[in-house]
Design a protein around this ligand. Structure first.
Ligand code: FES
Length: 138
């Protein structure tokens, strides 16, 4: 599976999320990794309601009060383990999953064979992966 993003464990603080993006044939795709109450998850950053990114301007996605991933646009809540929307305008929909694993001191996100991101992610394109936060500091 193609690696999309890598982050050192110490940089992913409890309750925090990091967004990243990659290009497939000139089309930008976005994803995120988040540390929630019971673990670490990664999904395509696309709310099933209006296909918009979940994060707010400060990059927040995890809501500790509800222990859910929260879309900043209309407040939909998602289970961080399954990506299923549990409350809000897209209840019953789900976030396309990415594969996340621990490798040494880092968390590594890879494309997944599950979810509706499958066709986009499995193309044999040259993929440029750029962390949004790194781009802002350039
Ligand atoms: S775009 Fe996410 S709840 Fe509307």
């Amino acid at each position: 599976m193609r690696e999309l993003f890598r982050i050192e464990d110490e940089k992913l603080q409890p309750g925090s999320a990091r967004t990243f993006s990659w290009d497939v044939h000139g089309h930008r795709r976005g994803g995120f990794i988040a540390r929630h109450a019971t673990g670490v998850c990664a999904f395509v950053n696309r709310c099933p309601h209006w296909n918009l990114p979940l994060n707010d301007r400060d990059g927040r996605i995890y809501d500790p009060a509800t222990r859910s991933l929260r879309c900043s646009v209309h407040g939909a809540l998602f289970d961080p383990d399954s990506g299923v929307c549990t409350s809000g305008p897209c209840e019953g929909g789900s976030l396309p999953p990415l594969r996340v694993s621990r490798e040494g001191s880092a968390w590594v996100v890879r494309e997944s064979l599950l979810g509706d991101g499958r066709l986009e992610l499995s193309q044999r394109a040259e993929i440029a992966v750029v962390a949004d936060s790194d781009r802002e500091s350039e």
